[in-house]
Write a protein of this length. Structure first.
Lengths: 475, 726
């Protein structure tokens, strides 16, 4: 598989590297920046896999870095390499917080150590941070103490090669708790008129496990992986409350809003389009019995994610009206509406409306939140911290445009489309706590530790937020 | 515990830095002093600084002896750094490495498994014959270590050793140990052993009988699958996809056992699972097919919410699978709608999939896609817009109904009005549509009316293909253009500057219309084409026309050549040839599947390369033997400089020859594989397009030639059309 892994700066110059095989010349990476710049000259199209002189350069970008793997064989598994590179960055971010040029330079010792462990001879090995942290500890920062501690510690944990390779034995917590966060991200593409072109819900069940021993967990969601959904456009979906039904556990209810009218609504079962599980979930058990059982890693992890691509009504809707008076000014009128039930509140709402690159002298009128011009993004940003359901806020903005444009065409009568002037759509970000769009509910989370038999407390929290593509297309 | 004062003393010695002044400058002399300092902390600092210099790309190999002195330490971190250094610079000081051997061997027996691992891992990476000589004992011991973590490292070391010194590896018989490791109790060891065997197999096909090993271990693999890390699962699934099931029952069983992995969070695991299923799918009963198809489809959809690089691989693979199972994702069209923040390379692939995916019998879906593509065509990224315009015509032709085609035509004409930069793409797409509806005069009139308004098409259109299409249209619908002669004249004036396609198209158009045009035009274009061009095809074509025209019955002959009824083009989407498709299906997820270049016929070449490596190692063994004799003669004198020079020289020499040979081998390798897979390069395709032109028949080759993926055998369609003409 991979012959070497490199961390390169934003120009493609190597910062740190680890060669896993001897089958590539040392100078192979020197060609990488040249390949990049050659491609950039030709077009904007830069695929993540470049070929030169029989070597394949597979790379990903992260902050100001390129992470490159050089591969000699066309039969190498590209999917595994790309996934590995992403995972590598993930592992490093756990150790260094931010992975960027500077932190790579500053922490070369620990990075070399990690590179040794995550891959051997180009074959990915162990990338489970929770386990790596057991024996690759961040001592490089505390130089003085390290020598002593080293003597007895730092052995690979036994569990590393067990079938439960993500959890060491002998973990103890004073209070045994498990936190479940159900986060639903909404991706939606709308036209200016409000027609929904594409919408999907990406759900993520995050767990923060603070449980002792080797607990076995069983998660029940409404109706064995088949979520009931209220296909109702008023989006009066009850946000679920947490209940637990194990005798060892106590029922806890987080503040949540249940809509009384919801019971009358038509209930339709829809099947989840795809569920993805963390490696701790027993996949064959789920396949056969539709039961989600697992021994969790300690601390935070993503237990599962799911996706639904049903048509949903926009939760935050913006009626944006852009008028371009070429060579003089641009007028923007925007009416935002929170189309969620009155008891819910959307928080941290951000509406980013693109304006031409050369716009200037903005003047704003708005009733709520804050509005500012962000020239580096060529956009205006309207922030509303708290946006209660059913409310409607509006704003208007006017920006000047230069009177002479460079590409003026005397004969042209047809104005450019908005898509050409305003590069990109309106983007909206928001969060709605205590609310899920799909109607997913946790019925129970049973925690069973066969040896310790302790009391445990599961906590469940729901949140709906915008995904990375909640946009309104301007045409 | 020692008395307090001693502890304090030691603490002071360890931690209070009396002389740790290793500055960041990294001067060699300073580092050297630091490396031999009496303070452990200073030494460690110095090692770190040395590694730092190494990371920055400075040559710190001259510090080798001093760094080596620090190898025997109880500090794991320091040991790791020294090992790293030794691994990097061993080749510069092969004679000194012997000093490290002892530490390696002791470390390989250390009670701490981490250190055992490090020792064997590093040892097997050092390309120095003297070290490898001593590898037998530690390697054997670690292969049978109690600790699975050590074993899983040791099995990979066998592959490393094989690469460095095949003969030694065979001599030691460790490959058999590797085979035995397939029956290990630990799934991770099984996976790594499999990976190592595959590596060895790739280096030398005769070393292990991989396929029969896989055959006999399928049940172990299936068992281990549920128990191991995500990366091990990828290896095992990859191996399972190499295995062909004995009968439909076994195929069904394999599919059932792996299907759960479609829900793994790691996209590479998902793709590897898909590969196993696709491999076994043809064998199973048709009845259970639809359920599996549903699972596959949702797995692919889930890959669309992964990082863009992964999406790119997935999209390329979807492209391959769609050709085998076109109905797979038809319901999921919307998933492939382009997101504004997708990288360009993902956007382009998505458009490709959208056009392929759309169900040509579903008007609603096609209309939806049409509006979507129109949006794309009004975006600002030129490559994206150009691809979207191409897709518009592809969609129109795919749906095939004239009313729909005319809708597409309207959109294209509307786009044409908007912007100058997209004229090329619109021109090509419009001509493609007209070729699809050869009898539709209304459309032709519409298009020609717009083209007619262009004052200077020669300047407006940039690319060869666009110009070629424009000139072709002039020849097809001369009556729809006003002032035809002046339009053609512009092109004749620039004849020499034009590229081959335009030249030929122009030649053909003028011959076709010679009866209506001024006689001098024909004369001048024939002269230009025979005298002023270096393109052989253009010249030949001109000669042929000239001869025909000078024959007694030239009118009917030219008519026969030029006035044929045009064949309708019904598909502008490229397809793989069946053999290529089958091979690609076997190679899902690999780099070759991204390039659409099956790798399987390159294997032969690899074996050859290995032979060269082997040859080099024979040389190395010789020099090793020589070294040994001389070192014995010198009685432990380690620094024998003459000998060292000798070794490095031979190494360097051999390295050179092997790379040049490798290059040569690459050259040889490329040719046959191309033939075998029927890859059409741009050139051959363009030539095919030209040949068609020459015959006076009409071609879709004009539009498809040149700008297509070279790997796709679209040429087959072209040549098929060619045959049809006769």
């Amino acid at each position: 598989m991979a012959s070497a892994v490199y961390f390169c700066d934003h120009n493609g110059k190597p910062l740190l590297s680890r060669r896993y095989r001897d089958d590539i010349p040392l100078s192979a990476i020197d060609k990488f920046p040249i390949l990049l710049s050659d491609l950039e000259e030709q077009s904007n199209l830069i695929p993540p896999c470049l070929n030169h002189n029989g070597l394949e350069y597979l790379f990903i970008q992260h902050n100001d870095l390129y992470v490159v793997a050089i591969v000699t064989s066309l039969s190498a598994n590209a999917a595994a390499i790309f996934t590995f590179l992403h995972k590598l960055v993930e592992v490093l971010s756990d150790y260094l917080k931010t992975v960027e040029e500077e932190s790579i330079r500053d922490n070369f010792v620990i990075i070399y150590e990690l590179l040794d462990e995550v891959m051997d001879y180009g074959i990915p090995q162990i990338t489970e941070t929770k386990m790596l942290k057991q024996y690759i500890t961040q001592k490089s920062f505390k130089l003085v103490k390290s020598a002593k501690k080293k003597r007895n510690a730092t052995r690979p944990p036994v569990a590393l090669t067990n079938s439960v390779s993500w959890r060491p034995e002998g973990i103890t917590h004073k209070k045994n708790e498990a936190f479940l966060d159900i986060v639903e991200s909404i991706n939606m593409l709308m036209t200016q008129k409000g027609q929904v072109l594409r919408s999907e819900i990406i759900g993520d069940v995050k767990v923060n496990s603070k449980l002792s021993g080797m607990p076995d967990l069983k998660l029940g969601i409404n109706d064995k992986g088949i979520f009931s959904k209220y296909l109702d456009d008023d989006t009066n979906i009850p946000s679920a409350s947490a209940t637990t039904s194990d005798n060892n556990t106590e029922t806890d209810k987080k503040p949540s809003i249940t809509s009384s009218s919801a019971t009358n609504k038509k209930k339709v079962n829809i099947e989840l389009e795809d569920l993805k599980f963390h490696q701790c979930v027993r996949l064959s058990k789920f396949e056969n019995e539709k039961i989600i059982t697992f021994i969790p890693p300690d601390g935070k992890f993503d237990l599962m994610n799911y996706r639904l691509s049903t048509t949903i009504k926009p939760l935050i809707w913006c009626d944006v009206n852009v008028q371009v008076h070429s060579n003089s000014r641009i007028e923007i009128h925007c009416k935002a509406k929170a189309q969620i039930k009155r008891k819910s509140t959307a928080t941290n709402v951000e509406i980013l409306i693109p304006v031409p690159d050369d716009a200037d002298t903005p003047t704003f009128k708005y009733s709520h939140g804050s509005l500012k011009y962000v020239p580096e993004k060529s956009a205006i940003l309207w922030k509303i911290r708290s946006f209660p359901g059913g409310k409607e806020y509006s704003m208007s903005a006017e920006l000047g445009l230069p009177s002479i444009s460079n590409n003026e065409d005397g004969n042209r009568t047809i104005p450019k489309s908005n898509a050409e002037i305003l590069k990109g759509p309106v983007q909206i970000k928001f969060q709605i706590p205590y609310f899920t769009t799909s109607g997913i509910q946790v019925r129970y989370l049973k925690i069973n530790e066969p040896k310790l038999q302790y009391k445990s407390y599961p906590w469940v929290r729901y949140i709906t937020q915008s995904g990375d593509d909640y946009t309104i297309r301007l045409t | 515990m020692p008395p307090l004062d001693k502890r304090i003393k030691k603490f002071l010695k360890d931690s209070i830095r009396i002389a740790p002044k290793i500055s960041g400058k990294g001067e060699l002399s300073e580092l050297r002093t630091g490396l031999v300092s009496q303070y452990p902390q200073t030494r460690k600092d110095a090692i770190k600084k040395t590694i730092q210099q190494m990371t920055l790309g400075k040559d710190v190999s001259s510090l080798f002896p001093d760094v080596l002195k620090n190898i025997a330490t109880i500090d794991v971190e320091q040991k790791k750094l020294v090992y790293l250094y030794v691994m990097n610079y061993a080749e510069t000081h092969p004679e000194l490495c012997i000093l490290a051997v002892n530490t390696f061997i002791t470390d390989a027996q250390d009670p701490n498994p981490l250190i055992r691992c490090m020792a064997i891992r590093t040892m097997s990476m050092i390309r120095v014959d003297k070290i490898l000589e001593y590898i037998e004992t530690p390697l054997r011991r670690t292969l049978h270590d109690d600790n699975a973590y050590v074993r899983k490292t040791a099995v990979i070391c066998v592959a490393k050793l094989f690469q460095l010194n095949k003969d030694l590896c065979v001599e030691l018989g460790v490959v058999e140990d590797l085979v035995n490791a397939l029956d290990d109790s630990n799934p991770l060891v099984i996976a790594n052993a499999t990976a190592a065997l595959i590596e060895i197999h790739n280096m030398d096909m005769d070393a292990v009988d991989l396929s029969s090993l896989i055959q006999s271990h399928v049940s172990q693999f299936l068992l281990a699958l549920n128990e191991c890390t995500e990366w091990a699962r990828i290896i095992i699934l990859g191996t399972l996809s190499e295995y062909s099931a004995k009968d439909s029952l076994e195929a069904q069983d394999i599919i059932d056992r792996v299907t759960a992995h479609l829900q793994h969070v790691n996209p590479a695991v998902v793709l590897a699972t898909i590969k196993v299923i696709v491999r076994n799918l043809p064998q199973i009963e048709y009845s259970s097919n639809s359920l599996i198809m549903k699972r596959l489809s949702s797995a692919f959809v889930s890959l669309m919410s992964t990082p863009p690089e992964m999406q790119y691989v997935a999209l390329k693979n979807i492209r391959i699978i769609l050709e085998k199972y076109p109905e797979l994702l038809t319901k999921e069209l919307r998933i492939f709608y382009v997101k504004f923040n997708d990288p360009l390379y993902v956007k382009l692939e998505k458009i490709d999939i959208l056009v392929r995916l759309v169900d040509p019998s579903n008007l609603k879906q096609c209309t939806l896609l049409l509006t979507e593509l129109k949006e794309y065509a009004m975006e600002y990224e030129p490559e994206f817009v150009s691809r979207a315009i191409q897709a518009l015509s592809q969609l129109g032709i795919k749906y095939a109904q004239e009313s729909f085609v005319s809708k597409v035509l309207d959109i294209l004409l509307e786009l044409l009005e908007r912007q100058d930069t997209i004229k090329d793409d619109c021109c090509i797409s419009l001509c493609d549509l007209l070729r699809h509806c050869p009898g539709n005069d209304k459309m032709a009139k519409q298009v020609c009316a717009v083209f007619n308004t262009w004052s200077n098409p020669e300047v407006l259109l940039q690319s060869d293909i666009a110009k070629c299409n424009y000139v072709w249209l002039l020849g097809q619908h001369p009556n729809n253009f006003s002032d035809l002669e002046s339009k053609i004249n512009i092109f004749i004036e620039n004849f020499v500057q034009e590229e081959a396609l335009t030249q030929m198209s122009l030649l053909m158009t003028i011959v076709r219309l010679h009866a209506t045009l001024t006689g001098s035009m024909l004369q001048s274009v024939l002269e230009l084409a025979t005298q002023q061009t270096h393109e052989l095809d253009v010249r030949d074509m001109a000669m042929m026309y000239w001869r025909c025209l000078s024959m007694p019955n030239n009118e009917s002959l030219v008519n026969d050549l030029c006035q044929n009824k045009l064949p309708m083009i019904s598909n502008t989407l490229e397809k793989f040839s069946p053999e290529v498709l089958e091979k690609l299906l076997m190679e899902l997820g690999t780099i070759s599947s991204i390039y659409f270049k099956p790798d399987s016929n390159r294997r032969k070449g690899k074996k050859y390369v290995q032979n060269i490596v082997k040859g080099k190692h024979i040389e190395e063994l010789e020099s090793m033997a020589k070294n040994e004799i001389s070192s014995k003669a010198n009685d432990d004198v380690l620094l024998d400089f003459d000998e060292r020079d000798d070794v490095t020289n031979t190494n360097a020499g051999m390295l050179n020859t092997s790379t040049t040979l490798g290059d040569l081998d690459d050259l040889f390798d490329f040719g046959p594989s191309e033939d075998a897979t029927q890859i059409n390069t741009n050139d051959t395709k363009a030539v095919q397009g030209l040949k068609e032109l020459k015959l006076g028949g009409d071609s879709n080759g004009i539009s498809s030639g040149g700008k297509n993926n070279p790997d796709v055998s679209g040429g087959n369609i072209v040549s098929q059309d060619l045959l049809d003409l006769f």
